[in-house]
Design a protein around this ligand. Structure first.
Ligand code: NAP
Ligand code: ZN
Length: 349
């Protein structure tokens, strides 16, 4: 016997999202039932529904930046208690036994992990439905503890935007003496800036125009480059050690590779539908690396949450009701978000 809850989702690739009811499975021995309080809006939600990454099945509810309180736990649950404030991010399950899972890298599960939305749920064979809804049932191993020092309404975006930038910054050793560039100042980008600054790196923001310059400097960047200004980009050539590209659209990646010093790396986390064109000579003459990265494993997400609580880092958010989701999506697509929309799920009532 499953439970029916209210949600907001898509019935096809093109129309606005609509109110829906969806089924949540019964709480199994290792599951927790979470009453969702907040759900962030990630650009990946939009790519997914609009079919940018290929066809999907509808109806589909998205949302993988989920924060709420535990309402029920399964008989064998040991990690969480009823009433705890917790989060769910992009992964809701994985094989537990492959070489990557054993290292806590469930985001790179060799068997393919279960995404919080749009995956086949190993528990019951249905398609997983995301956080734009009232509740979610998740295996306890994929549930994060929200530290007491974090405001739950602001914690939700950390579960994707936060970890997706934290993980590559840590992996590529962002820290004192490292010149980090963040391309695109949206949900991911602004978290990338705040996290890189907190890690001690020297941060340059690369964004179109000058509208976001004051914000970039307020977030701790020491330099701002308008990417529509060819001269400013030329001046930065060879001046960065690590670039995190968060742009949701196609990009002239060769120009950005040219900003790297010898041995520099450009880590792409943006996921546009269009492929990049990478000339051989944008890499060869300076032994540069072009890499990619996705989210982070459950242990690293927990580490990132503790890091944010300890350093007082939180995203800039705009809290909205469910009836504003379609407007918010339009504003995300037009890069008019400062800097993450969070849905207050109380407005389902
Ligand atoms: P977002 O808030 O919409 O930010 C994207 C930014 O990209 C915008 O703020 C804008 O920055 C820039 N941009 C947008 N359209 C552009 C265009 N046509 N040309 C140049 N720049 C443009 O999106 P997000 O939620 O941060 O997500 C960013 C990307 O990362 C998406 O593709 C998303 O799917 C992907 N993502 C990947 C992972 C992963 O695991 N790798 C996880 C989450 C998200 P400026 O206005 O500053 O120029
Ligand atoms: Zn996301």
């Amino acid at each position: 016997m499953s439970t029916t809850v209210k949600a907001y989702g898509a019935v096809n690739a093109t129309d606005p999202l609509v109110p829906l009811t969806i089924e949540r499975r019964d709480v199994g021995p290792h599951d927790v039932l979470i009453d969702i309080d907040y759900a962030g809006i990630c650009h990946s939600d939009i790519h997914t529904i609009r079919g940018d990454w290929g066809p999907i099945a509808y109806p589909q509810v998205v949302g993988h930046e989920i924060v709420g309180r535990i309402a029920q736990i399964g008989s064998a649950v040991t990690k969480h208690r009823v009433g705890d404030t917790v989060g769910v991010g992009c992964q809701s399950n994985s094989c537990h036994v492959c070489a990557q899972c054993l290292q806590g890298h469930d985001q790179y599960c060799l068997a393919g992990n279960t995404q919080t939305y749009g995956s086949v749920d190993p528990a019951d064979g249905t398609i997983t439905q995301g956080g734009y809804s009232q509740t979610v049932v998740t295996n306890e191993d994929y549930v994060l503890v929200i530290p007491a020092g974090l405001d739950p309404a602001k914690a939700a975006p950390l579960l994707c935007a936060g970890i997706t930038t934290y993980s590559p910054l840590k992996h590529w050793n962002a820290g004192p003496g490292v010149r980090v560039g963040v391309v695109g100042l949206g949900g991911l980008g602004h978290m990338g800036v705040k996290l890189a600054v907190a890690l001690g790196a020297e941060v340059t923001v690369l964004s179109r125009g000058t509208k976001k310059k004051a914000d970039a400097l307020a977030f701790g960047a020491t330099r701002y480059v308008d990417t529509t200004d060819a001269d400013a980009l030329r001046e930065l050539r060879g001046g960065l050690d690590l670039i995190v590209n968060t742009v949701s659209a196609g990009l002239d990646i060769a120009t950005y590779l040219g900003l790297l010093d010898v041995d520099g790396a450009l880590v792409n986390v943006g996921a546009p539908a269009e492929p990049f064109t990478v000339p051989a000579f944008s890499l060869i003459p300076a032994r540069r690396t072009l890499a990619g990265s996705t989210t982070g494993g459950i242990p690293e997400i927990q580490e990132m949450l503790e890091f944010c609580a300890a350093h007082g880092i939180h995203p800039e958010t705009e809290l909205i009701g469910v009836d504003q989701i379609n407007d918010a999506w339009e504003r995300v697509v037009s890069a008019d978000v400062r800097y993450r929309f969070v849905i207050d799920t109380e407005t389902f009532a």
